[in-house]
Design a protein around this ligand. Sequence first.
Ligand code: NAD
Ligand code: MG
Length: 399
Amino acid sequence: MGSLTLPRKVVVLGSTGSIGLSTLSLFEESGVPVEILALTAGRNVERLIAQARQWRPAVAVIEDETKLAALKDGLAGTGVRAAAGAAAVAEAAAMGADWVMSAIVGAAGLAPTVAAAETGAVIALANKESLVCAGPALLAIAKAAGGSVIPVDSEHSAIFQVLQPDCAHRVARLILTASGGPFRTWDKAAMAAATPEQAIAHPNWSMGAKISVDSATMMNKGLEMIEASYLFDTPEAKIDVVVHPQSVIHSLVEYTDGSTLAQLGPPDMRSPISCAFAWPDRLEWPAARLDLAAYGQLTFESPDLDRFPLLDIAREALRLEGGAPTAMNAANEVAVAAFLDRRIGFLDIAAAVAGTLERMNSLGNLAVAQSDAVENAMMIDASARRIAAEVVAQKHRRL
Ligand code: NAD
Ligand code: MG
């Protein structure tokens, strides 16, 4: 397969989730010869057992320690070692793979992603929250170790693919496309009454619950603005968002000469994953091809900041820098969990994030703390979670 060498030893962090499944499906469909060193999951022990029985990694790790006995039982006689706990997940990340898929959801992915980065592996990064939480530090660690971070988020993969390295200083704008989510055309009253089931029914992508809610609030695009700023060293003022409901154009780069380059493809996360796997080569696999005539038209509109205030809150957090993006991400995780748990309403998510940032700011917690070190980021994350839990509890009492 060509002249370049593909990675062979791989670790999949978050193998039982949507991105984890797409990663293993890509390995299967492409038939690339990979040796899986470790598969890790949060709580879904049944699926982890099934995957480990199929792929025979050296170790399978479940973060939830109460499930270790079940994991051991399920793997009896396979020769696959069973382990549990957050530390074991981070150890698996640092086993010495060539390529690590970082696909845990939330800031819980930060420590394992850092552990992988320290080994100098190529990190295929789906876990955007780790970048939002401690992006500059994480990227510096990967660089110092001689590794790299290749984005898997479809928008960032698109930009990564069309960004000409020699012309980085000639970039006028990064333009992130957004599907607009399931509530793109809903009015505020309907959004206020939206249920978790409605919020996670995404029109184009089948994803985990948390990112699906983020797409519905458009916080996903806010997180992605911050992700893009860190990954491509681009200030907030040069990052724009356009709503493109068909999710065919995955993002664009506008250059100073007025030329704009885009990357297109059917909405299938195996495409950016295969790009991150084979880069700078390309994988040959039976991917669905883009049939533009079948789409007929591609449409675009500006995001509505009144109905989707988190886009602006994220922009402001990026402008503030320091600990603001870290705190915003933590507050969002707490608020989304409360919404999925039916403790707060859909529009309360944005209000809870804004309320947490205000409290953190008035306590001086944002200005003082710079998220330039991973430990600092983890401290800000923890204090924002405490405050967000209080803010959410107040909203819950009012319901
Ligand atoms: P998911 O909820 O489907 O899967 C998350 C995975 O992480 C599961 O394997 C779960 O067991 C594991 N996990 C959860 N909590 C954990 C913890 N505390 N410790 C260790 N493991 C834990 O989520 P997903 O949709 O696959 O998304 C994963 C990441 O990729 C997210 O950061 C998301 O924003 C990003 N992403 C996803 C998509 C997509 O299409 N699904 C697209 C772009 C980016
Ligand atoms: Mg995305």
